[in-house]
Design a protein around this ligand. Sequence first.
Ligand code: DGJ
Length: 726
Amino acid sequence: MIQMKNKLFTLQTTNTTYQMKVDQYDVLLHTYYGSRIDDSDLSYTIQSVDRGFSGNPYGVVERSYSLDTIPQEYTTFGTGDYRSSCLQVMNSDGSHDCELRYVKHEVYQGKKTLEGMPSIYGTEQEVETLEVTLKDEISNVEVILSYSVFETLDIIARSVKVINGADKQLKLQKVLSCCVDFHIANDFDMISFYGRHSYERAVERTPVRHGKLVVDSVRGASSHHQNPFVILCDHQATETTGNCYGFSFVYSGNFIAQTEVDQANQTRFVMGIHPTAFEFLLEPGDSFTTPEVVMSYSEHGLGQLSRNYHKVYRHHLCRGKYKTARRPILINNWEATYFDFDDKKLVKIAEDAAKLGIEMLVMDDGWFGNRFDDNRALGDWFVNEEKLKGGLSSLCERVNALGMKLGIWFEPEMISEDSDLYRAHPDWVLRTNGRKGTLSRNQFVLDMSRKDVEDYLFEAISKILDSANIEYVKWDMNRHLSNVWSAKLPPERQGEVYHRYVLGLYSLLERLTTKYEDVLFEGCSGGGGRFDPAMLAYSPQIWCSDNTDAIDRINIQYGTSFGYPISAVGSHVSACPNHQTRRSTPLHTRGVVAMSGTFGYELDINQMTEEEKEIVKEQTATFKRYYDLISDGDYYRLTNPFDNHYYAAWEFVAQDQSKALLNFVLLKPQSNPQIINIKLQGLDKEAKYCINDQTYSGQALMKAGFSVPVMYGDYTAAQFEIVKIS
Ligand code: DGJ
C-alpha cells in the first residue's frame, strides 16, 4: 500500500514501512525504513546541526541545512554532498552539477518491466508502484525514481531512469539504483558473500565503520568473488532475532554495494552498476534505466529475511514452464568422462541411470567442433561426428528410447583462438584494438554488445536445438572480461561496453528462452560465478559451484541460501574420492546434501557397485517424495557451518506446517560424544508431530528441541521426516 499525505510518501508492506518526504526546498528526504508503523510524518527524526565544512544550497537561510548531512533518497555528486553519490553526470560544458529537486509523482497498480533487463513482476493486485520525478532546473536532466511495493512479501523493488532533457549531450559517469540513508538505526554489521572459484558465497560479517566499506565486482560478471547481495543488520542479529535489511541487485555485470558511515554516524548504503570504466552518453531526449535493487526488511532475524527473498525470486522472478513444473533429476557426464566420451559411453551411462530413477542425461563440454580439450573450438557450435556417430538426433533418439530426456552444454559467450569462428571473425573478440588481449582458460570473450554476434549465437544455438529433442541447456561462462573494447563503437561510447555486454546477453537469453519455452535452462559460470537474481529470470536453476565435495557444499549452499531459493541451487552427487578435494564421504551423505538443491548426479554410474546403485535408487525416490517440500517449503538454517564444526542441520517446513524435513550431517565425530538437541523452527506449536514413530508437540520440538540419536563415523548423515498427526 502506498499512502500519500501532501508530499509525504509512506510505502507499507505487511511488516515494513518505508517513508520519504519532499521538504521545503523540494529535496526528497529519506525519513524511515524499518518495522511497520503508521503514516505519521517521521521527518521529525531528522535534526539538523550546523556542521562546519558542510555547506548550504544557495538560497537556504539555515546554516544547519546541508545536503552533506540530511538523509536523502537519491544523491548527486558535485553540489555539496561529499558522501557516496548515486548520480554523477558530466554536462556538455564539462561540469558535474546536478541539483535534483522534486517535480511530480505518480502512483499506479502493477509494475512496469525494465527495458532490456530482467526484473521482478507481479499482478496489479500484488504490486503497486510509486514514481517520483526529480529534475535539475538548469540542465533539464530528469530522474525518475521508481518504487514497487509487494505488500504481502515485504519487498520493495527500486530502479532509476535518467532522461537527458537538455539540448546537448549528457555523459553519465555513475548511475546507481538505490540509496538508503539510515539516520535512525545506523549501527550495523554488513554481511556479504565472498569467495573464489570452487569456494563461493562464504559468509563474512563485519561492522560498518567510518568511511566506506565496499563489496564489488569489476570482472564483467557478478562473480564468484563477491555476490551482488548484502545484508545490513544489528550487531546482535541472529537467524531468529534482530533487524535485518537485504539489498539484492538484479544484474549480472559489474556492481558496487557500499556503506559509508559519515561524520554524524549516519550510515548511507548505495548499490548499482559499478562506476569503474562506466560512461554512458545520452543524446538529447535519450534515457538510461538502471537495473533494479530488491530490498527487504525483517525484524525477526536473518532466517525470515532469506525466506522473503526465496518467495519473491521463486514466484516473481523465475519464469517459464519450470518455474513450477517438477524439474528432472539429471546425470551430467562432466566428472564422469570430462572430454573423453563418445555416443556409446553416453548411452551406456543413460542406460544405467534410467533404471535408477534418473530422468535426464546432460552431455557436457566437448560435443562440438574440434573440442578434445579446453584449448579450442569454442564458437564452433556444430556437432563433432567423430564423437557422436550419427549426430545429435541419433543420440537423442537412443536416450529418449530409454525414457530419458537429453540436455546439452553450451558456452555461447566465448571464443577460442583455435576455432573456425575466430578465423572468420577476429573482430568479434572483446579486446582493445591493436593489442593481443588476455587469455583465460585459453579463451577470449565474444563482444556481446554487438548485434551481429548476438544474431550469430541465436542462429547457431537454434540450429542445434532444432536438430533434436533437446530439453535442457546448461549455459556456461568460464572466464571474466578484460581488455574491454568494442570494434563497433566509437571512442566516446567505449564506457558503455560492459553494460551493453550484459544487455546483449539478456537479449540473447530472452530470445532463446521465448523460442524454446519448454527447454529447461541452467545457468553456470565455472560453477557459481554468475549466481545472481538476473540470471534466475532466464534459468530457474544455476550450477552452484564446481566444487561437488558434499562437506564443502554444506558451506557453499548455506551461504547461497541467504539470498536465493533452494529451487535455484544446482547440486549433484559426485564420485569419491571427490575430484576437487580428494575427500571421501558416504554416498548417502552426498545424497542428503545434493537433495537440498535441484538434485542430480555427476559421476560414472557404470562404475558403481550394485549396492551403490540401490542407494541411488532410494535417493531418487526420496527426492521425488520430498520434491514439493524442498522446492516450495520454508527453509530454516539451524546451524552455521562456519562456526559449528561438529554438525550441520537445516530444515524444510511445508507452507501449511503439515510436514517438515530435518537434514543432519555429522561433520566431526566425537568419542564420548556430546548430545545434540536441535531446536526446530517453523512448526505449528499447537500441533503434535511424529518423528520415527515417536510423538512430540510442535512446541516441544521448537523450544526443547529434537534429540538427535548418537551417531559416529566420518560425515554420517540422516534425514528425519516430521509429520503432523493432529
Ligand atoms: C565449468 C562448469 O562449471 C563445469 O560443470 C563444466 O561444465 C565445465 N565448465 C566444462 O568445461
